[in-house]
Design a protein around this ligand. Structure first.
Ligand code: SAM
Ligand code: DTB
Ligand code: SF4
Length: 338
């Protein structure tokens, strides 16, 4: 077979890539991030690929598996969430799982190829009596040779250190949306509460996993503001989950948006690309909403610089592509799990 070089002449680039750093002393202005969003689609993806290949191995994707260790009955009022008690029990409540179940599920995730195991609990934040059994879970999962991650809500003084000492590698706590849209989605806690927990995680020396949700009815400028907020953290998060809202019946956002996707797939892909450009070294995780995107949409997300996914048939309370479907997609795209 003739080589590609011989059959397809490679066009030299007409000009060097434009400056990708923010101009304002290292911080990203919302205007600058919005300008990235506004680029022609192919130019945006081209830039994102350039940044991606400077900082990461091409064609590799990191796999994280999620487990809901305590489901439903949450006191908060997050408008997107199936687990808030006040939304009328959209999901069945389940108390904290026992250690053996967590161990077995984590071992199965590892056998399927996951490298990180993330345990999520529907709490505003853990009480000390809640934290003790979770520390045991972290020790067990770590002992299996997996990276450990927890998402337990807001942490109080000293709790991050306990998690670190148990072997926690990452703590997931999302900013969720732009500061100016936050009050439209959640009223029972403030943006500053989220930032305070993230600071506690950072100070304890745990890696930060922090991203948000798009498709909640926010404007493009507000999406840009969320990305700017993440990118301007010092340092920016090691992992950045970008969730496309899963509209769950019974939640206020489902009611507001009527079950109709608020974003087209291209805008979601753009969000991934902008996250990649502004946070070059982060793992950018293509998170909730993969089933709705389909294979072609996901392929564009990988092209835009996503290099991590939630892997396994369930997220917390909603579905996720089957492991077999993901394996087939990786094979079709030549992707190798990292
Ligand atoms: N209760 C803890 C908290 O809120 O921090 C941890 C679990 S909470 C379910 C973790 C994250 O999942 C949320 O911050 C949100 O970003 C994401 N999430 C929850 N429901 C979602 C949905 N329906 N669609 C997309 N992302 C969602
Ligand atoms: C994150 O950013 N997304 C995950 C994880 N962190 C905890 C959760 C997605 C939840 C999707 C809706 C559900 O399954 O309940
Ligand atoms: Fe509770 Fe977390 Fe759901 Fe908010 S996102 S209602 S804090 S489980």
């Amino acid at each position: 077979m003739p080589s590609l070089e011989r059959t397809i002449p490679i066009q030299p680039q007409s000009s060097p890539p434009p400056e990708l750093r923010p101009v304002g002393g290292g911080r990203w202005a919302v205007d600058e991030v919005e300008a990235l969003f506004a680029l022609p689609f192919a130019d945006l993806l081209f830039r994102a690929q350039q940044v991606h290949r400077q900082h990461h191995a091409a064609n590799t994707v990191q796999l994280s598996t999620l487990l809901s260790i305590k489901t439903g009955g949450c006191a908060e009022d997050c408008g997107y969430c199936s687990q808030a008690k006040r939304h009328g029990a959209v999901v069945e409540e389940t108390p904290l799982l026992d250690l053996a179940t967590v161990r077995t599920t984590a071992a199965a995730a590892k056998a399927q190829g996951a490298t990180r195991f993330c345990m999520g609990a529907a709490w505003r934040g853990p009480k000390q009596r809640d934290l003790e059994p979770v520390l045991e879970m972290v020790r067990e999962v770590k002992a299996l040779g997996l990276e450990t991650c927890c998402t337990l809500g807001m942490l109080k003084e000293g709790q991050a250190e306990q998690l670190r000492d148990a072997g926690l590698d990452y703590y997931n706590h999302n900013l969720d949306t732009a500061p100016e849209y936050y009050g439209e989605v959640i009223t029972t806690r403030q943006y500053q509460d989220r930032l305070d927990t993230l600071q506690r995680v950072r100070s304890a020396g745990i890696n930060v996993c922090c991203g948000g949700i798009v498709g909640m009815g926010e404007s493009r400028r507000q999406r840009a503001a969320l990305v700017a907020e993440l990118a301007n953290m010092e340092p920016y998060p090691e992992s950045v989950p970008i969730n496309n809202l899963v509209q769950v019946e019974g939640t206020p956002l489902h009611e507001r948006l009527g079950g109709v996707a608020a974003l087209d797939a291209f805008e979601f892909v753009r969000t991934i690309a902008v996250a990649r450009i502004t946070m070059p070294k982060a793992l950018v995780r293509l998170s909730a909403g993969r089933r709705e995107l389909g294979d072609a949409g996901q392929a564009l997300c990988f092209l835009a610089g996503a290099n991590s996914i939630f892997y396994g048939d369930r997220l917390l309370t909603t579905g996720n592509p089957d492991v077999d479907a993901d394996q087939a997609l990786f094979a079709a795209l030549g992707i190798v799990p990292a």
